[in-house]
Design a protein around this ligand. Structure first.
Ligand code: AMP
Ligand code: ZN
Length: 463
């Protein structure tokens, strides 16, 4: 199995530190709002990497953090007049709902920065003891130039970087390239006691501490969006390797951006759609399939046309699976010689799927192999034996499951469909067609939609 390592800029054979086990750390979201579909890309992509590794028999320890202390969270809390933990709690819950919708498996561990402050203080203390960090007026800085490999991941050179920096006169750092590990308390901000006074951690230190605690000093795969390469991941390497004297991560994987009109989707640019908004328009499974239809290192432009194309493609797969399921009711007997020939073809397509996944997780080509299997099923299943139909059904559903595509679940009704049915029920009631009105109510109830007739009209909710 080969994967592209950002650190070496080439595809490398994947060999984990401990045979049969994989420790994987994926930087998670800063929780001050609903996640947007750009944030969802690394979640979907690396969840798929995890699922494939599990399919291959690896025992995967998947760790993904929630950054729950940050300037943006504090700002939002102050705007709403609530505590920052209230904001982060709220959006962690919402994020988990979105991840469920996208069929992203829960991480083995989902640590939160605010629950790991002691570990961060320990690592900072160690860096100070080693002479790699220093404190000035309650702020602790990392002495960047003391880490000789700094810039290796991002391919940046410290002197070039320094030339581009404007140095503030008030700057108390020894060197403009030094970065913050701990900052002193400010009015209206959450803080924790530390040997350097009350304050809070800088952003980068949390991932160094949590990955070590939940995986170990050396992790197999460290992943995130490509905007994290510099400075976040560069700083994580410097802190961890300086503190632990061991290699921090063997393989670095970075997904390219999800764009809108060829610009990065981001909260700060305002060109974003939240996962929640999009879920009103498309089942989230379609969004997941759309994301996997491109290679994770290629930029992906979000447009209705492309999502519609993904929806049609996914429908083709699901229709074939439902049709196989129906055939399983009527087909009979064991494999015929013709079936066995077709099984050979199917096995070649499974090998094609695996080869694509093992070539740096090329999900686009893996999906093409599924389409070929679907085509084979559409042509051959109707004349096939029960054993053959079952084989095709299990094969296609298993490959879909590796991509996190559920074939068992019938698609959920969208809000717009529900509202149209409610309107139809109202019209039926007006026309005194109570049988139809009840039929619609029952149909919705079967889908877990509860109706409530109020003075202000009909209200509905999902059970
Ligand atoms: P943030 O909450 O900004 O720290 O982002 C959480 C994760 O989403 C990180 O791995 C980012 O690299 C990733 N990310 C943010 N915006 C995008 C985007 N437009 N496309 C792909 N990944 C993104
Ligand atoms: Zn991180």
């Amino acid at each position: 199995m080969k994967l592209y390592n950002t650190l070496t800029r080439q595809k490398e054979e994947f060999v984990p530190v401990h045979e049969g086990k994989v420790g994987m750390y994926v930087c998670g979201p800063t929780v001050y709002n609903y996640i947007h579909i750009g944030n969802a890309r690394p979640m979907v992509v690396f969840d798929t990497v995890r699922r494939y590794l599990e399919y291959k028999g690896f025992d995967v320890n998947y760790v993904s953090n929630f950054t729950d202390v940050d300037d943006k969270i504090i700002k939002k809390a102050n705007e709403e007049g609530v505590s920052s933990s209230e904001i982060s709690e709220r959006f962690i819950k919402e994020c988990i709902k979105d991840m469920e919708g996208l069929n992203v498996k829960p991480a083995t561990h989902h640590p939160r920065a605010t629950e790991e402050i002691d570990g961060m203080i320990d690592m900072i203390r160690k860096l100070i003891e080693k002479g790699i960090a220093y404190e000035k007026e309650g702020t602790v800085y990392f002495r960047t130039r003391s880490f000789k490999d700094y810039g290796r991941l991002s391919g940046k050179n410290l002197d070039d970087m320094q030339a581009g920096i404007r140095i503030a006169v008030s700057d108390e750092k020894e060197d403009p390239m030094d970065f913050v590990l701990w900052k002193p308390k400010k009015e209206g901000e959450p803080s924790w006691p530390s040997p350097w006074g009350d304050g809070r951690p800088g952003w980068h230190i949390e991932c160094s501490v949590m990955s070590k605690k939940y995986i170990g000093s050396t992790i197999d795969i460290h992943a995130g969006g490509e905007d994290l390469v510099f400075p976040h991941h560069e700083n994580e390497i410097a802190q961890s390797e300086a503190a632990n004297d061991e290699k921090f991560a063997k393989y670095w994987m970075h997904n390219a951006f999800l764009n809108i009109d060829n610009k990065k989707m981001s909260k700060s640019a305002g060109n974003f759609f939240t996962v929640r908004e999009i879920s009103e328009k498309y089942p989230l499974q379609v969004i997941r399939f759309f994301m996997l239809s491109a290679h994770y290192r290629s930029p992906l432009n979000f447009s209705d046309t492309l999502v519609e194309a993904a929806k049609n493609g996914l429908d083709r797969i699901l229709t074939a699976v439902y049709s196989l399921r129906d055939s399983m009711q009527t087909a009979q007997g064991a494999m015929s010689p013709e079936d066995l020939k077709n099984v050979d073809t199917a096995k070649e397509l499974v090998a094609k799927f695996e080869a694509a996944m093992e070539d740096d997780f090329n999900t686009a080509d893996a999906i093409s192999a599924i389409f070929e299997l679907v085509k084979l099923a559409n042509i051959t299943a109707k004349d096939g034996s029960l054993e053959y139909v079952e084989y095709l059904y299990h094969t296609i559903t298993q490959l879909c499951d590796i991509l996190g595509i559920e074939t068992e679940k019938e698609e959920e009704l969208l809000d717009a469909d529900i509202e149209a049915l409610i309107e139809e029920r109202q019209a039926a009631r007006k026309a005194k067609n109570y049988a139809r009105a009840d039929e619609i109510r029952n149909m919705l109830a079967d889908q877990g939609i509860i109706l409530e007739d109020t003075r202000a009209g009909v209200k509905w909710k999902r059970a």
